[in-house]
Ligand binder design. Structure first.
Ligand SMILES: N[C@@H](CCC(=O)N[C@@H](CS)C(=O)NCC(=O)O)C(=O)O
Length: 213
């Protein structure tokens, strides 16, 4: 499939259990950008997935977003593109922009590994218990890191929500659905509530059931 042109509705290839895909779907919603959500069945072998997805998914992964003639992959790269395109969900000055990027790279290295595996380990039951415990321990440290950053301001980079917050938040509802981090420490609990009160916010189940369309 040819990536969508500027005038066309973006197409988002996603999967309901993917916090990475949810991150992009949520960012689109917060930016008020409708998308055509196409669910990819990740239980199907990679080489047997629809050609329309395989043709555009550079890493064979969701999320992949077709927008403005591009086929974009990697959730944080996609969020950066969307924030720049819409001039929203990012901080104004250069030093804050750089801090947003630092958080995006930190998220990819930590939450995108730790919380993602806490969830995948429970969803698919393929992680040995000691491996799951290791991810749980690291995820708890990630929450501590977020708590430290929020000690002095309302969001991770100042008092305005940015894609850094959305990136670091996206796996949290999935972990909580598994009973993890149900009792978040302050100030993380208030930060979560602030994100969930943003106009356009929708939960993973609202997005993937079509309830939030
Ligand atoms: N670093 C990527 C991670 C994306 C990723 O790992 N997606 C998983 C689903 S959570 C996937 O599509 N895996 C391909 C497969 O299961 O075959 C991002 O941030 O977008």
């Amino acid at each position: 499939m040819t990536p969508t042109l500027k005038s066309e509705t973006p197409v988002l290839y996603a999967a309901p259990l993917s916090g990475f895909a949810y991150k992009v779907a949520l960012t689109l919603r917060l930016l008020g950008l409708p998308c055509d959500l196409r669910v990819v069945d990740l239980s199907v072998r990679r080489d047997e997935r629809p050609g329309s997805f395989r043709d555009v998914a550079r890493f064979d992964e969701v999320p992949t977003l077709l927008i403005d003639g591009h086929a974009l992959c990697q959730s944080n790269a996609i969020c950066e593109y969307l924030a720049r395109r819409q001039s929203a969900l990012h901080e104004g000055d250069e030093s804050q922009r750089l801090v947003v990027r630092e958080w995006l790279f930190w998220e990819a290295e930590r939450i995108g590994l730790d919380l993602a595996h806490c969830c995948a380990g429970r969803d698919f039951g393929r992680h040995p218990p000691e491996v799951l415990a290791w991810y749980d321990m690291r995820a708890a440290k990630d929450i501590e890191r977020i708590a430290k950053a929020l000690a002095t301001h309302r969001f991770l980079v100042g008092d305005t929500v940015t894609i850094a917050d959305i990136a670091c938040y996206a796996w949290l509802p999935y972990a909580q659905a598994h009973g993890l981090f149900a009792e978040l420490p302050e100030p993380v609990a208030s930060w979560q509530a602030r994100i969930e009160a943003l106009p356009g916010f929708a939960t993973p189940s609202q997005i993937f059931s079509g309830e939030a369309a």
